[in-house]
Design a protein around this ligand. Sequence first.
Ligand code: AKG
Length: 202
Amino acid sequence: INTKNVVDIKRQQFDSSFTIIPDIVSVDEESQLINEIEKSLKRLRYQHDHWDDAIHGYRETEIMTWKDQNNTNVMQRLRNRVFADESITEQMKRVHILDLCDNGYVKPHIDSIRFCGNIIAGLSLLSDSVMRLADEKFPDIYAVYALLPRRSLYIMKDSVRYQYTHEILSDGAPSVFSDKQIVRKRRVSIVMRNEPPVEAMK
Ligand code: AKG
């Protein structure tokens, strides 16, 4: 087995465990979701000053049930897509809402296996952004910059979810996407996960 084969295998593994679906919600659906999200965020302040936090310049909340029926329908459509077949456990009923201000960012991390199963999926609203994924053991060799367009959904599962750190960059890393200038503005994500397997919770 030579180096090229290893790279090809890593690439195949990556591609089968990380997907981005552009335009998964319409412009109207985006504003309806944001409307309802703003209501549950409005009393919260952006957190900036915890130097050891994984996330900087953010507010967060959780939503269990949506008041607007259109939002319920949109979220059900996304859930059907995300948890179609390879969900090893129940999907979580609540979603995690993360609001990053224009210079907010998420540092590289792997979601704890005690709190989350094999699938993490995020809907990106209000701004394009760049997610960097890096193999935990060889972060300088196997790293991918993924453009997450506004109104797209990413699905991260299995080997990518467990073996790659992910982060959301504070700017659009324009040098990486030379044909398109990515300007990171305020970005709101709706993150869906499934439950951890019972043995991981111990
Ligand atoms: C996390 O909650 O673990 C994230 O990294 C959030 C990613 C996102 O906002 O899409």
